[in-house]
Design a protein around this ligand. Sequence first.
Ligand code: GDP
Length: 218
Amino acid sequence: MLIKKASYLISCPDIKQCPAGDRPEYAFIGRSNVGKSSLINMLSGHQKLAKTSGTPGKTQLINFFEMESLKGSLQEGADRDKKGQTGPASKWFIVDLPGYGFAKVSQSQRNQWEQMIENYLRKRENLVNVFLLIDSRHEPQKIDLEFANKLGEWEIPFALTFTKADKETQKVVAKNVKSFLDAMRATWQFLPRNFVTSAEKKMGRDKILGFIEECNEA
Ligand code: GDP
């Protein structure tokens, strides 16, 4: 897939203000500081699309990005000359959801977050997949497992997306991925798809974009 356009559209405090769901939508969520903005930037090919902020947990909004992509694997930049060969552009949304697990928020802010996220995830009809981001450096964390279980209970399709894989050896990353899947296996018969990524090394980009392309075409 070639990204033709990636631009910020709007931030909404609530599902009621979200733009018309007239295209496939992919949401990204995870613990504060998990590397969500970096991953969105890496996927879009725009280093400043989502903010990589030093103060996690501040934005409590549903952030929309408009995406347009072309099928194929031409080098970035080559699409302009060969547009005709790649077919029409697909339009889709990336949604950057506020992170969870930030210690310095009050209980009432936390409740508000939960309500907003649950409403969005359960009511947004054009939501195709949630990418649940998990820091690959750590053993399974309770808060991430709980969120994965919630998504399962709500029957929302999701993919485990392990981040920052460049920061540990392949062996440690593989062990942590396996432990997370094993922990899920205790409750779920079918395990979600998983991706191992590094924004730093652009690892996992083709696989995730390929998956989105498949979903867009389905
Ligand atoms: P967010 O709060 O989940 O949006 O996280 P950010 O994208 O802002 O990243 C948090 C910190 O982790 C920043 O200092 C990033 O530079 C760093 N980071 C994010 N992704 C990676 C990665 O793939 N590799 C490395 N080495 N650092 C990363």
